[in-house]
Design a protein around this ligand. Structure first.
Ligand code: OAD
Length: 248
């Protein structure tokens, strides 16, 4: 039934893998100030503090306990088995989509596993924590790498490609995102405008201002595999109820 699908994921898809979200109870923004750790100004003021924040996240991602869950795996399966076009756009900086097998993937807010040269913007895979020893190999003198993370006030990555995919998609699914950070929060309006079906998966009930046509309330790990099953079977989302989901 569908030919072109765009999936937007947020911190909620990785929550069941053990990574904290930003705005839920116990979320990262309860403990850290955005202006300190997620702005260019905060980095200019205190690079070590910002590096510590991302190093903690990096360490957690590599502690051997964090693994992709059924939702990440289902999206990787969709990529392999779907006949049409699929683009997964993630706001997450973790690499759980890649570990699950996704390849047609765009990290619009950057990647925790990379550092970036502040002068050439070239990215380098991080094999270890950030620190003064992490410098680029593209400049003389070598520059200290900064986290390859899009901070508030900076331009997200790949917006042209995302815009094109949204303009032409017939299904847009947002999974585990609070829809508070733009431009990602506005993708649903673009997809609606172009006539796509728009579906949201979230643990909490739909916001009353939600622009999604269809809201599935429940755990991403339970709902996403069923959605993928329906899409691959050529069914229209919403025609059959899903188990574990409150369909609104
Ligand atoms: P948020 O922390 O704002 O929202 C997480 C969403 O996931 C919430 O709406 C939860 O209800 C939902 N959720 C939690 N567990 C879930 C589960 N198991 N299944 C389904 N849904 C679940 O995270 P994001 O929306 O991703 O940007 O935040 C967007 C951006 O804000 C981030 O990329 C980050 C942050 O500031 C930057 O740092 C630039």
């Amino acid at each position: 039934m569908y030919r072109q699908i765009v999936v937007l994921t947020g911190a909620g898809i990785s929550a069941e893998s053990g990574l904290r979200t930003f705005r839920d109870q116990d979320g990262l923004w309860e403990e850290h100030k955005i202006e300190d750790v997620a702005t260019p100004e905060g980095y200019a003021r205190d690079p070590e503090m910002v590096e510590r924040f991302y190093n903690e996240r990096w360490q957690q991602l590599h502690n051997g306990k964090i693994e992709p869950n059924a939702a990440h795996k289902a999206l990787a399966r969709l990529e392999q088995e779907f006949d049409g076009q699929l683009l997964v756009v993630t706001q997450n900086i973790d690499d759980l989509h890649e570990r699950a097998g996704s390849r047609r993937l765009l990290h619009m807010h950057g990647e925790l596993t990379k550092g970036r040269c502040p002068r050439s913007h070239q990215t380098f895979l991080l094999t270890d924590h950030f620190g003064v020893n992490h410098t680029c190999t593209c400049c003389i003198p070598a520059q200290r790498l900064r986290p390859h993370v899009v901070w508030f006030g900076e331009m997200p990555i790949g917006l042209d490609r995302i815009q094109h995919a949204l303009d032409t998609c017939d299904l847009f699914i947002a999974i585990g995102t609070s829809g508070t950070v733009y431009p990602a929060a506005g993708f649903v309006d673009t997809a609606n405008h172009h006539g796509a079906q728009t579906v949201e998966v979230n643990l909490v009930p739909a916001d009353r201002h939600s622009q999604f046509q269809y809201h599935l309330q429940g755990k991403a790990s339970e709902i996403v595999p069923q959605l993928v099953e329906q899409i691959l079977a050529g069914e229209v989302i919403g025609e059959k109820p899903l188990s574990g989901a409150a369909n609104v």
